[in-house]
Write a protein that binds this ligand. Sequence first.
Ligand code: HAM
Length: 414
Amino acid sequence: MKKIQKPRGTKDIYGSEALKYQRIEDTAQNICRQYRYSEMATPLFEDTQLFRRAVGEDTDVVNKEMYEFQDKGGRKIALRPEGTAGVVRAYLENNLQTGSAKKFYYSGTMYRYERPGQGRLREFRQFGVEKFGVETVLDELEPIRIAVEIFQALELTIDLRINSIGCTCRHEYITSVRAELEKYKDALDPADREKLDSGNILRRFDSKEESTLQVIKGIPKIIDSVCEPCLEDYQKLKAFLRELEIAYTEDPGMVRGLDYYSGNIFEIDLQGREQLGAVCGGGKYPHLVKQLGGQEEAGFGFAIGVDRLAEAVVPPVLGDEPLFYLATVGTEQQLELQALKIARELKPKGHVEINAGPGSLKSKLRKADKKGAEFVIIIGEEELKKGTAIVKNMATQKTDELDINNFKLNDYQF
Ligand code: HAM
């Protein structure tokens, strides 16, 4: 029978790879907690309208890539393509806006119907942070600092890229860009040409089409036309980063692919792994809370692409505690009980694994060796009667007899 395979663009995670994911999650969580962020878990699926309103109708994420369906009750549902919209909805729905908890982190799977490839999955994991009540550039700095610290803690070298996409001040820029793009209309990719008259012109900067990118290259950059306060915020961010000795590069072509941003934005690449695409992205969203029905309150956040990160992270070294492999030989039922008793004694000293299945001693020793066991403890019917066990040190291959009722492995040097 033909085996069923996992859907395209998804991943099974196990073994040492699962340990890498665990390491990323633990590291990121610990750092967030140090900064007093608390966890927020939101549903994997939401009312489609949430993403349309928050992320924007004109973005690829909503327009082309969203998994949408009608549930059995006829509701329009979407699998979340990102985490910010859900966190803001939850923040408002649970009346948290009037409370003092304003800093959240989350982690989980997101869904985008993208063409699977280098660093691109259809089900992928993000670790994200959202901070509300952002008033100053110093408030914005904190999430960026957290992101940078997470990468540092994972011993990865990064490139932090920053830009500002201005506030309402960008309208003038957008008008001039539109005029400029009109001039070179024929050189644009047809899909981008079609969208010239509609929607957010900044999205053309996200185009993956070479012909469009060539045209974009020659167009003045948004950072050169933002208003005085936006420029000031950008300059401040740079000064603060320098003060903290966080290296950055200015990326005037970066616009981010989601509509809710204004002001300072950033992305992070892993050095030497640029082909994966950005491993983290975020920025300021001053109006999203209001747009989703709350009081005006600015937010700033980011999300790390955990799967991209996992490609570069090394798995954690598991504790250097020894593995004791307990092998019973024989059919006597008491053997299992005896094995359990020994296992209980050994547990504080290391990892214990019991093999009380059928199989010969030889095959059990082979298994123990494969697993990298430091000690094999053998109990056969003979030992059971005597109240002893045979201990084999796998490194020296020496064996000795152990008194089960009175053993101290710590003194046990052979
Ligand atoms: P984003 O840039 O769309 O931002 O996604 C953040 C990160 O998720 C990306 O940098 C990338 O590492 C990862 N990612 C995105 N799409 C895929 C994919 N198809 N396969 C694998 N990894 C992917 C956001 O989602 C915003 N919500 C971030 C944010 C939070 N801004 C403010 N707060």
